[in-house]
Ligand binder design. Structure first.
Ligand SMILES: Cc1cc2nc3c(=O)[nH]c(=O)nc-3n(C[C@H](O)[C@H](O)[C@H](O)COP(=O)(O)OP(=O)(O)OC[C@H]3O[C@@H](n4cnc5c(N)ncnc54)[C@H](O)[C@@H]3O)c2cc1C
Length: 437
């Protein structure tokens, strides 16, 4: 019987293979599976592709992780995250922890919040759905929080003005506090347990890639090809041509590679794709993230697992510290950092490495550059997909065509969305369940 061919061996592809009840063949272009959850070891220091902290909401996935994939391996961590702004650290989320900031900033945040949520000034925005992400921020948090954190931070993360993005991706990712939480936070009597990531899970050994390796070990009923990539897909002939000269005829194709990448492969196949689909693929945009892996002699200067930096004088939007979360990720007496930059390909490796050290020192995360052991930049070519005006119509056009061509998609880039590791597992499962044996 022809197999289901799965393109891509990240979490979505591995999950699809796990849940399929018919023969499958997974094709992964990199030398090993895992996708974004690969862990790289540099001079004894383990780095994920920036912080990859696990949150599990689905009972079936939780049970699989706990009993099959990583039994006894997951450690629960209480988030220790901060914002570095105006020269001080305040706990994350910013909106409920403003105590410690200069009093005029606290007052501006508080008054803006009251105006937006209760006052006359915010009425117009309260009476309709936010038209974009900037309006969402103003509607739910007010002018102070917008000016002092949300707008500058999000401009750096997304590389565009929040007014150019929709609020469609926010969902559970952006905490929306109550007045009591905001007031308590201004007075320093609040809790920082707000938001979807107040606690998280992380493997005891092997970095986050331990999850991908465990999933691979438990796969049954199919074949995995790594180090080979599709060069064309003919959707009428149901055939994938591979870079090693092989052709795979499939029963169904399930793609977890990026949506524009899939359209390119289809365009090269005999059946082609309509022009409007190619045009739509050309309109999908994503940021590139460069993260600089840094190791420093000595223990962590700060307790924070990661910090957010809203101010424009820092080029980075976030600095994480693997060694602060889980000391075994670095050798004794060494601290490690992952310094993140979002851009569109204009940041060179050398430039990122230089700026990362400056940002680490200026943000008081390290004492000085003399203790730095190394700084090595890595790139995630499409990291955050942009929910701009073109997004919805372009994505719908492509998905409609794929439906017609009998191709299923799953995962963060397969579905072209903002989503988590668990979401990737869930979407692989959902796609597999659309293909009963
Ligand atoms: C900076 C950053 C930080 C994140 N932090 C977190 C976090 O803390 N917690 C969390 O839950 N989630 C986090 N995520 C999200 C998480 O990484 C993803 O949701 C998840 O790993 C996506 O899995 P995937 O299988 O959909 O995609 P991917 O991991 O991208 O897998 C796709 C696979 O397809 C392969 N591939 C690509 N093109 C081809 C081709 N042409 N042929 C064959 N194979 C191909 C790739 O090599 C890759 O292995 C983060 C994401 C980013 C970008």
């Amino acid at each position: 019987m022809d197999p289901v061919v799965i393109l891509g061996g990240g979490l979505a592809g591995l999950s699809a293979a796990h849940f399929l009840s018919q023969p499958w063949h997974l094709v992964e272009k990199s030398d090993r599976v895992g996708g974004l959850i690969k862990t790289e070891v540099l001079d004894g220091c383990a780095f994920d592709a920036t912080g990859h902290w696990l949150h599990l909401r689905d009972a079936e996935v939780r049970q699989l992780v706990d009993t099959v994939w990583l039994p006894g391996q997951l450690v629960v961590h209480q988030r220790r995250a901060a914002i570095y702004s105006r020269g001080v650290f305040t706990r994350f989320p910013y909106q409920v922890n403003t105590h410690g900031l200069p009093p005029d900033v606290v007052a501006e945040n508080l008054i803006g919040f009251i105006d937006a949520t209760l006052g006359e000034k915010g009425r117009a925005l309260r009476e309709r759905e936010p038209r974009n992400f900037a309006e969402f921020i103003l509607r739910h948090m007010g002018e102070g929080f917008a000016k002092n954190f949300m707008l500058p931070y999000n401009r750096k993360l997304w590389t565009v003005d929040p007014a150019e993005l929709s609020a469609a991706w926010c969902g559970r990712f952006v905490p929306r506090p109550t007045l009591k939480e905001v007031v308590d936070g201004a007075l320093g009597v609040g809790s920082d347990a707000l938001g979807y990531n107040a606690t998280f899970l992380y493997p005891r050994e092997g970095g986050i890639e331990a999850l991908a390796r465990a999933m691979l070990r438990h796969l049954k009923g199919g074949e995995v090809s790594v180090g080979v990539e599709p060069v064309a897909v003919d959707w009428r002939a149901r055939r994938v041509s591979l870079s090693d000269g092989r052709s795979l005829v499939y029963k169904r194709l399930l793609s977890t590679i990026s949506l524009p990448g899939l359209v390119r492969l289809l365009a090269r196949g005999g059946a082609g794709v309509p022009d409007e689909v190619q045009d739509a693929a050309g309109r999908l945009r994503a940021t590139t993230v460069t993260y600089v892996c840094v190791a420093v002699r000595g223990r962590n200067r700060q307790p924070w697992h990661w910090i957010y930096l809203p101010e424009p004088e820092f080029t980075t939007y976030r600095i994480g510290s693997p060694s602060a979360v889980w000391a075994p990720l670095a050798p004794p007496d060494t601290s490690t950092f992952s310094v993140e930059y979002s851009h569109h390909g204009e940041l060179s490796t050398a430039q990122a490495e230089k700026v990362a050290l400056e940002d680490l020192v200026r943000a008081q995360m390290i004492h000085g550059v003399e203790d730095v052991l190394f700084a090595r930049a890595r790139e995630i070519p499409h990291a955050y997909v942009l929910y701009d005006d073109a997004y919805g119509p372009a994505r719908d056009t492509i998905l409609r065509f794929l439906e017609h061509a009998g191709i299923l998609t799953a995962g963060r880039y397969g579905n072209w969305e903002y989503s988590s590791m668990e979401d990737a597992i869930l979407s692989g499962r959902a796609a597999a369940r659309r293909l009963p044996g």
